[in-house]
Ligand binder design. Structure first.
Ligand SMILES: [Zn+2]
Length: 150
């Protein structure tokens, strides 16, 4: 998907209608057309980035900052909200449908019907340590990494 054919870029450009609730120079937020629960919204970077690998670090920080703000606002909005899920799907295998990075902010309440099915297999300490090492080694090669890789 290119920026020219991207529905979220169309919303950012004002060419596609959306119920927008936040905009700054870096990100926008608007209501999901098919909400999992009432109030389900999306926060997107203005600049097209198909996935997390394409997302500039500064855009990612602002994306998180606004998702955090709106998740906190959700609880005081009057919409039914006993909890909030923040959800990012990165890649088709992870259920990403629109290939423009977005954070879902989803109000939750008991009995809302949402489920994630997983096997939750046990992994022993050696496996967990090996997994951590593999991810740590990969993180150390990323130029955007600013934290301490231990
Ligand atoms: Zn886009």
């Amino acid at each position: 998907m290119t920026a020219e054919s991207c529905v979220f870029c169309g919303i950012v450009a004002g060419d596609i209608e959306a119920s927008t609730l936040y905009a700054d120079d870096t990100v926008m937020a608007f209501m999901d057309l098919k909400p999992m629960t009432a109030g389900h919204l999306l926060v997107v970077p203005r600049r097209h980035a198909a996935g997390l690998d394409d997302l500039p670090d500064a855009d990612g920080r602002q994306l998180w900052s606004v998702a955090h703000l709106l998740a906190r606002a959700m609880r005081g909005s009057g919409l039914r909200c006993e909890g909030v899920n923040l959800f990012v799907a990165d890649g088709k295998a992870a259920w990403q449908e629109v290939l423009h990075v977005h954070i879902h902010v989803i109000p939750r309440f008991r009995g809302d019907g949402m489920r994630i099915h997983a096997d939750f297999p046990d992994r022993d300490r050696a496996q967990l340590d090996a997994d951590a090492a593999a991810i740590r080694d990969a993180a150390a090669t990323l130029e955007d990494a600013t934290g301490t890789v231990t």
